[in-house]
Write a protein that binds this ligand. Structure first.
Ligand SMILES: C[S@@+](CC[C@H](N)C(=O)[O-])C[C@H]1O[C@@H](n2cnc3c(N)ncnc32)[C@H](O)[C@@H]1O
Length: 365
């Protein structure tokens, strides 16, 4: 049986029985051999210029580190910030709206994306304005116009980190039935780990959901094909929460109850992800607007980040770089309430699941 045929067969049966022309299941030494070499990845606490393996043994990615942040830098700060903000009177919401419509456009953001969640951003801006001893949003606009360094503080007020496990249930169902068995079978044929990138991973809800599904539904059929999940976000507070891996019950409300029971330990009022489902996930601070990992992925999830909050031109640039980071026959997933900014002939939506696109021809490089 050829690899292509066995892929189709595996696709339907989700069971790995590779025939004569397919290589045998990978041994550890073989996995080491096929690990791709990458650059452009930073890992918290790892010195710049060093080489590291991302993921647990045999799962994945080897690279040269060219950005780095200390674990201490990942300590939570934002939540405290918001609490303090609520203790001072809020400036007028209409003034904030007018200010945001101006400021977001200066930063390649899209006002429409922020409209419904603007109060969260306004609260943070309110605190920043008080911190600077300024009167109102008009004065803050003047400050931004006079002091370009202040834009960095503005940017830090913008990330919306709302997420939950199994968000958009139908998308995860389709990934479980179609895309994950397909990419697992392909990786098994090529004797390598499966590589997944969760872009804008927030507090880890999305990558942990993927890992739970992989461990419960995919790994039993592909026990020798490990998965390496790279989860990136710009927000250090969210990444620190992702590292802790403990969640309020409300974050789990969409996750099927058997998966909650399988994957979490109850710790007081929180649900903490079991160590088994943390393995193979690497969290990394990275700004999607400026950097992407130097490796290709079988599956990329970019949901409720670029295609909600970024301006059109930036969305198109991001789409191009995501497409270039897809492996042959890889998948790109966007949010249910999102659309791609332009028609991308290399990407074809899956029938019945328009949020999942398959790379049907290699992207130009
Ligand atoms: C609304 S959450 C979406 C989380 C998850 N993808 C989901 O669908 O549930 C958006 C996340 O994207 C992150 N983000 C925003 N701008 C980013 C950027 N330029 N680079 C990387 N992450 C970014 C935010 O910090 C936030 O955690």
């Amino acid at each position: 049986m050829t690899c292509a045929r066995s892929l189709r067969w595996l696709f339907w049966r989700r069971c790995c029985r590779l025939g004569s022309s397919c290589p045998a299941r990978p041994k550890q030494a073989v996995i080491d051999w096929v690990k791709p070499v990458i650059t452009g990845i930073g890992i918290a606490g790892v010195p710049v210029g060093s080489t590291r393996t991302i993921g647990s043994a045999g799962t994945a990615i080897v690279g040269t580190i060219d950005i780095s942040s200390s674990p201490a830098a990942l300590r939570p700060t934002g939540r405290r910030v918001d609490k303090r903000a609520s203790s001072v009177p809020l400036l007028d919401n209409r003034d904030c709206t007018a200010f945001l419509q101006w400021a977001l456009a200066q930063r390649d953001f899209r006002w429409l994306g922020f409209r419904k969640v603007r109060r969260q951003v306004c609260k943070r801006l309110n605190r920043r304005i008080r911190e600077l001893g300024l009167e109102d949003f008009v004065a803050y606009r003047r400050r931004l116009e006079a002091d370009p360094a202040e834009w960095r503080a503005f940017d830090e007020c913008c990330p919306i980190t709302i997420s939950r496990f199994y968000r958009d249930r139908s998308v995860f169902e389709a990934l479980r039935r179609l895309a994950l068995p397909d990419i697992a079978a392909r990786a098994a044929c090529e004797r390598r780990a499966t590589r997944i990138w969760s872009v804008g991973c927030a507090s880890g809800e999305e990558p942990y959901t993927l890992k739970i599904i992989w461990d419960s539904d995919i790994a039993p059929s592909f026990p020798d094909t490990p998965v390496a999940i790279l989860a990136t976000d710009i927000d250090e507070t969210a990444l620190a929460r992702a590292h802790r891996g403990c969640f309020e019950p409300t974050s789990l409300r969409e996750l099927p109850s058997h998966l909650v029971a399988l994957a979490f330990d109850r710790v007081g009022a929180l649900y903490c992800i079991k160590p088994k489902h943390r393995e193979g996930i690497e969290f990394l601070k990275q700004d999607l607007r400026r950097e992407t990992p130097g490796v290709r992925f079988d599956l990329i999830l970019c949901r409720y980040v670029a295609f909600t909050y970024f301006a059109d031109a930036l969305q198109r640039r991001v789409l191009m770089s995501l497409t270039h980071r897809l492996a042959a026959h890889g998948y790109l997933v966007i949010g249910t309430h999102e659309r791609l900014p332009s028609v991308e002939p290399a990407l074809e939506p899956l029938p019945g699941t328009p949020q999942i696109f398959k790379l049907v021809m290699p992207a130009e490089h």
